[in-house]
Design a protein around this ligand. Structure first.
Ligand SMILES: C[S@@+](CC[C@H](N)C(=O)[O-])C[C@H]1O[C@@H](n2cnc3c(N)ncnc32)[C@H](O)[C@@H]1O
Length: 233
């Protein structure tokens, strides 16, 4: 497996992959946040007609959403099982997405500056070297193109909400889904982005309200957050 991949992390997603499109499964949070992040990306990138790469696409929830908005979408992941589920789901949805088994780094070597837009959502907190992934996403996008990331902040509140709350109290996610040590502060993601040649455009938080059981985008980046950036060199 690629040097910048944790086989145990990829295996975790492979083991659950058959439930990826069940909106009541472990992937419920991804289904619920998808309309929010899709609108947020589309507002900035104007997806229709664009060549888009979805890095760490998993079962294809975001990839299909972007294809439905008129983008030509390619998805890459290191979980063969997740990709198998993603390909099968295209028969149900009737959408077109081109899925490949590849790491961001290897795909960047083969397809430098090939895409108008690159998305890499809920994936950086599962890789050993997120800076390398950010650099690869930057190499994959054309100069002037946009890159979108989402991940988890690292602080006592995010530990409480994303690990204890989500995995142990509300049981939104299976125990062990997230490794707190791999969470990434916005300042760290910004540094990786700057070093790679990206200029940050927007940083926005995503919060879960356990009473209304709904997600919303807002200023609070304490736990989940998203960042958009433009390749400037
Ligand atoms: C939480 S899922 C997110 C899926 C999708 N991006 C979304 O937000 O709907 C994380 C995905 O990252 C993939 N992944 C983990 N490490 C990876 C790596 N080094 N390279 C490519 N994909 C990886 C996993 O297989 C899994 O499909």
């Amino acid at each position: 497996m690629n040097a910048n991949a944790d086989p145990a992390e990829v295996q975790k997603f492979s083991d659950l992959a058959h439930r990826w499109w069940d909106p009541a499964s472990e992937f419920k949070p991804l289904h619920e946040i998808n309309p929010l992040r899709l609108d947020w990306i589309d507002d900035q990138a104007m997806l229709a007609g664009k060549d888009v790469l979805d890095v760490g696409c998993g079962g294809g929830i975001l990839s299909e959403g972007m294809a439905a908005r008129g983008a030509r979408v390619t998805g890459i992941d290191l979980s063969e099982k997740a990709l198998g589920v993603a390909r099968l789901h295209l028969f149900e949805s009737g959408l077109k997405v081109d899925y490949h088994h590849a790491s961001a780094e290897a795909f960047a070597d083969a397809h430098p500056a090939r895409f108008d837009v690159v998305t890499c959502m809920e994936m950086l907190e599962h890789v050993p070297d997120p800076g390398s992934t950010v650099a690869a996403c930057t190499r994959l996008v054309k100069p002037g193109g946009m890159v979108f990331f989402s991940t988890l902040n690292r602080n006592p509140k995010s530990y409480l909400f994303a690990v204890i709350g989500a995995e142990y109290v509300l049981k939104l996610l299976p125990r062990g889904t997230h490794d707190y040590a791999k969470f990434i502060k916005p300042s760290e993601l910004s540094r990786h982005a700057r070093e790679a040649g990206l200029e940050s455009r927007e940083l926005i938080g995503m919060s879960y309200n356990p009473f209304s059981q709904a997600y919303s985008l807002g200023r609070n980046t304490d736990v989940n957050y998203l960042m958009s950036a433009v390749r400037v060199r």
